[in-house]
Design a protein around this ligand. Structure first.
Ligand SMILES: Cc1cc2nc3c(=O)[nH]c(=O)nc-3n(C[C@H](O)[C@H](O)[C@H](O)COP(=O)(O)OP(=O)(O)OC[C@H]3O[C@@H](n4cnc5c(N)ncnc54)[C@H](O)[C@@H]3O)c2cc1C
Length: 384
């Protein structure tokens, strides 16, 4: 006999679901919304281990972007044009799908443009990008249709405090700011309104094949959940369920300062090859990243503070961005899922068991599109 902690939940959740989605981040929630929109009759349950939200979706910096010129050039050199075009297309389609589906207001979106900045010790890198910017702009035009996607801009024109230490910069034409908590809340509400059922505080420990589909063993109030199909949208933690080794967890740290009177920044900023990123939140500075300062410590799926990185982020804010002491008001971390070829995974792992994961730190742009693609994989669209 199965032991349920609550008899009502036993009666309610012990039905056989058509689909269970594990992971209530931007990807899993979009998959749920698209499935319910195209197949309203489906009995669909979304499970997540966390009560408060998602490992990355509610913890991120809220950049809706296609990447900085430095990131693009690095990716071209390390992964080749084919991968770059595929990822850019996913990001572009995902960003448009998010803004069309949930809408700018409900995701707290503002189109702000962005910058990539270079301090004195990175000027060689700036020169290298400058030599290649025409090629980068051709690629970006193929994806977005926009001319001059990246353009050099004078450091003294940067919307930063006068004491900033950036000696060169590019302007990025399409880029905007999201409010990840608002986005997540509204996306979940949209799924609930479509009839998706949620169970939080349920960590799935094993997926077992049965004659009708799968049984999901978990530590939630209903320890064994039966379903015909399952979708893992579990990003960094996927390998523990599939038994694979395709996705490496990588933690990111974030600090949010107290308001800085007259803080002029109203857009996004990338630095140090994308390992640092900052933006304003009202008059506060949000600065995140710093994995390159402690790769070993940050290759983990444990949500926790890395004090060494937090202190370096604070010092970077004071020395390079603000030019004055800052006070940290909040700090937190989140977990990304990385693949070696920098491409997300979307596949049928076993018949009826699907996986969409490994968003490589680009999920706010890609998530909606990958969720849509996963939904289509679960119930193939009939060709009309
Ligand atoms: C610090 C930080 C800053 C970032 N900044 C940006 C940014 O500015 N722009 C951008 O585009 N991207 C950014 N990202 C990346 C982006 O947040 C992610 O790519 C995206 O949120 C991934 O969404 P997801 O739904 O695939 O995964 P997640 O949001 O990680 O959701 C996966 C969910 O699965 C659940 N789960 C996992 N395993 C189990 C299990 N066994 N049982 C039950 N539940 C499980 C987790 O609890 C989690 O809620 C950032 C990430 C971090 C950490």
């Amino acid at each position: 006999m199965l032991s349920y902690r609550n008899g009502w939940q036993a009666l309610h959740y012990s039905r056989t679901w058509d689909v269970v989605i594990v992971g209530a981040g931007i990807t899993g929630l979009h998959a749920a919304v698209f499935l319910k929109q195209s197949h309203p009759h489906l009995q669909l349950l979304v499970l997540d281990q966390h009560f408060w939200g998602a490992s990355a979706t509610t913890q991120n910096a809220g950049f809706l972007c296609l990447g900085s010129p430095g990131e693009l050039l690095n990716d071209l050199r390390h992964h080749g044009e084919h991968v770059v075009l595929k990822n850019l297309s996913l990001r572009w389609r995902g960003a448009k799908r998010l803004l069309k589906g949930l809408g700018a207001k409900k995701s707290g979106y503002k189109q702000t443009g962005g910058f990539e900045g270079f301090t004195a010790y990175q000027l060689n890198h700036y020169e290298d990008i400058l030599k290649n910017v025409a090629q980068l702009n051709i690629i970006m035009k193929r994806i977005t249709g926009m001319e001059d996607f990246y353009s050099p801009t004078e450091p003294k024109k940067l919307p930063l405090p006068a004491n900033h230490q950036f000696n060169a910069a590019f302007y990025i034409k399409f880029e905007g700011q999201l409010n990840p908590a608002l986005l997540w809340e509204n996306l979940k509400l949209k799924a609930l309104n479509l009839g998706v059922v949620f169970q939080n505080g349920a960590r799935v420990n094993a997926v077992e094949a049965t004659s009708i589909g799968y049984q999901l063993h978990n530590n939630g109030p209903t320890p064994s959940i039966k379903t015909k199909k399952v979708l893992l949208a579990t990003n960094a933690e996927t390998d523990s369920l599939t038994g694979g080794s395709a996705i490496l967890p990588g933690r990111g740290q974030i600090i949010l300062t107290k308001p800085i009177s007259g803080f002029p920044l109203k857009s996004n900023f990338h630095a140090e090859d994308g390992y640092l990123y900052f933006r304003n939140v009202g008059e506060r500075l949000l600065l995140g990243g710093g994995r390159h300062w402690d790769f070993e410590g940050e290759n983990t799926a444990t949500i926790a503070t890395n004090e060494r990185i937090i202190q370096r982020l604070k010092a970077y804010a004071e020395d390079f961005i603000v030019g004055a002491p800052v006070e940290i008001d909040h700090q937190w971390s989140g977990i990304m899922g990385f693949t070696t070829d920098k491409q997300p995974i979307i596949k049928e792992h076993q018949p009826g068991w699907f996986v969409v994961a490994g968003l490589n730190g680009m999920g706010m742009a890609m998530g909606a599109e990958l969720g849509r693609m996963a939904a289509d994989r679960l119930y193939e669209k009939k060709k009309s």
